[in-house]
Design a protein. Structure first.
Length: 220
């Protein structure tokens, strides 16, 4: 029998989703009274959820400003892609060794869902994260999956904040990753995963540069 979901768990799931989807944008205040009314619960579970999200790094406390959604640090974002390069190619190799055929079939379905033309951008960004996390889960190393999930949560938040979807190469790359995990050599798997991460990093940087250039042109 499933364990009942507590109010604190509900508050945590709703607040985390709203932060990742940038309904509460980076740097915005976390107000217990507002969230309690918004989510239809008391302030106690809101505070418990906020404390959990502080430990996960999505919420910060800044003196004289209060509790805020963590601002996006673009230096940290670059480090996130460096960490992905260190972890995800090996996670995919381990998944290729340890996942069974049924799990790989399910992974292929998740890959297709992550590029569905019927979903909105925020949903696609979430599915992108879930695909990469599922590959890590198939490595059978829970800490690895947990770490990769944290990295992708920060990327998901950035994509939703900037409105950058990255769909043109993502659609091709997701299908290729799943296929190569199923049939490729370990070196081929590492290459495909690493190349995909580098393309994502380049796409992120190009988006930042385009945004900065746009602001400069507007100011001039």
């Amino acid at each position: 029998m499933d364990k009942p979901v507590s109010m604190a768990d509900r508050a945590y799931e709703m607040l985390k989703r709203d932060i990742l989807r940038c309904r509460f944008r980076p740097g915005s205040a976390i107000l217990d009274t507002y969230l309690a009314a918004e989510y239809g619960m008391s302030r106690t579970p809101i505070r418990e959820a906020t404390n959990l999200l502080r430990r996960e790094g999505l919420v910060v406390v800044i003196p004289k400003r209060g509790t805020l959604v963590k601002p996006i640090d673009f230096g940290e974002l670059q480090d996130t892609y460096r960490m992905r390069q260190l972890l995800e190619p090996e996670a995919a190799v381990l998944a290729s060794r340890r996942a069974n055929a049924e799990e790989l079939d399910a992974l292929a379905e998740l890959g297709e869902a992550s590029v569905s033309p019927d979903a909105d951008a925020a949903t696609l960004n979430e599915r992108n994260r879930l695909l990469h996390v599922r590959i890590a889960e198939l490595s059978r190393i829970p800490l690895l999956a947990q770490t990769i999930n944290s990295l992708h949560e920060e990327i998901e938040r950035f994509l939703n904040f900037r409105g950058a979807q990255g769909r043109p190469y993502t659609a091709t790359n997701h299908g290729r990753i799943v296929d190569i995990i199923r049939t490729g050599t370990e070196d081929e798997i590492r290459h495909v995963v690493s190349s995909g991460i580098e393309r994502a990093r380049t796409h992120m940087l190009e988006g930042l540069m385009a945004n900065d250039n746009g602001r400069t042109e507007q100011a001039s």
